[in-house]
Structure formats: C-alpha cells, structure tokens
Design a protein. Structure first.
Length: 257
C-alpha cells in the first residue's frame, strides 16, 4: 500500500475515514456492497450530517442506494460494531450518542494503547514512518490555520496514528486500535473543532516529530500523552456543557423505521 499520495492527501488511497478503517481488516482492494453503504452512512455520522440520536430509516437508504433493505441492514450492523450506530429491538437504528463518561473510558484505553505504539515507534525509528510523520505534520500545519477545516485535521491525525500502529510490528495492538478508531474519531473531531485547539495541537505534533527524529524517547512519550489528553478533555468539556445535544432522548419512531 502507498502511504502517501501527494501533498493534499495522507494515506488516502481509499476515500473517507470509514473506508480507511474497513480496509484495515482486509487485503482485498474492494469493499462489499454493505461495506460501501456503511462507509457512506458512517461519513455522515462523522461529519454530523446525521446527529446523535437521529433515527436511520432503512427504506429511505434502500431507495437512495437502489438496493433491498437486506444490504442496508448489513451496513447498519457493521456500523453498530464500530459503535457509530445503536440498533434497538423493534425500534430500528439510531446514531449512537456521545457521552462524557465514554470519552473518559475511551481515551484512557486509547492513551494506554498509544503509549505502547509510541514506545515501539521510538525504539524502531523507521525511516518510512518518519517520512509519513513529516508529510502529515506539514498537512496539519496548513489545516490548523483554517477557520473551518471540515474535520480534516482530526482525520489526518487519525490516519497518522493508525499508520504508526500498523508499522509498529504488533498486529494485535494494531487491530485493537482499529476497533476503537471510528468511535474515538467522533470525539477527536469534537475536541479539535476550533482553530484555537488545532493550533495548540499542531505544536505538539511538531514537537513529537522532532523528538522522533532525534530519538528522544521520554519526550516523545510525554508529548503523545499530552496530545491525547488535551483532545479528550476538550471533547468532555463540550459534551458536559450541552449533554442534550450530544446524547438526546430517544425520538419517536419514524414511519419508515
């Protein structure tokens, strides 16, 4: 697989964060029809075009994608596995809500797993990964200056992190991080939504890249912890300030649900 494709896209052989995640589990260069549908719906959830708690209407999606409801149901099961969708018995599917408690739990787990990746990364100092980091940080520097980056900053960090995990030489660790990746990306997008937060974050990425280049292990680990904690804390702050927006009460059942 190519790790870089020009200056405008990091590891974007396959478009979209959801497709990127699904390809992590396979060697084949194609997605099934349910996976393609899941990728499309998942991107709408990640971009907040489908809001937390919103009902997902199977028949409307079947009409849109010109398929029966079977592939749509399979797609929703894929998204349920990724914790983007919740399927309720006899009620249909809704977009999974966001909660401060989940942020705490996810980012605690994520921090521990990423520390393992960071230790292996700094020990190996893989030249290919260094090149990816440099290109990724250059892209982050551009995105950090935009008033509205459309979530691309968080998606770039998401790809950088998974590339590092993939290249660290521990397949089980990589699979564990992949399994949490889309769930945590929603919170990362929230925590990195403001230009101020992105500008603070990119400073940590710049320092991390320099520490990796110099082989400064403790500095690299410290910056990894700091970067993850800051993103999680901002997401928690926003959710706690407006919990009804991110985890709304269940809405009445839609007519096509």
């Amino acid at each position: 697989m190519k790790l870089l494709e020009g200056d405008e896209s990091l590891y974007s052989q396959h478009e979209g964060a959801v497709a990127f995640r699904l390809f992590a589990d396979r060697r084949e260069p194609t997605l099934t029809v349910p996976e393609q549908i899941a990728a499309s719906i998942g991107e709408r959830i990640l971009d907040a075009r489908l809001a937390p708690g919103e009902r997902i209407l199977e028949q409307e999606l079947a009409d849109e994608f010109k398929v029966s409801r079977g592939p749509v149901r399979d797609a929703l099961r894929i998204l349920e596995r990724e914790q983007l969708v919740t399927i309720l018995a006899r009620r249909g599917a809704i977009v999974t809500g966001l909660s401060a408690q989940e942020v705490r739990e996810l980012f605690e787990i994520r921090g521990g797993l990423h520390e393992l990746v960071a230790r292996r990364t700094i020990a190996q100092r893989n030249p290919e990964l260094l090149a990816v980091y440099r290109a990724g940080v250059a892209r982050l520097e551009k995105l950090a200056q935009l008033r509205d980056d459309g979530g691309r900053y968080a998606e770039t960090t998401y790809r950088l992190v998974l590339i590092a995990a993939r290249m660290c030489g521990n397949d089980r660790l990589y699979r564990m991080l992949c399994a949490l990746s889309l769930q945590t990306l929603r919170y990362s997008k929230l925590g990195l939504a403001s230009r101020e937060r992105r500008q603070k974050s990119v400073l940590l990425w710049q320092q991390s890249c320099r520490a990796l280049e110099r082989g400064e292990a403790e500095r690299y680990l410290q910056l990894t912890r700091q970067r993850i904690a800051a993103s999680g804390e901002e997401a928690m702050r926003l959710i706690e300030a407006d919990p009804g927006r991110y985890c709304p009460p269940l809405k009445p059942k839609g007519k096509h649900g």
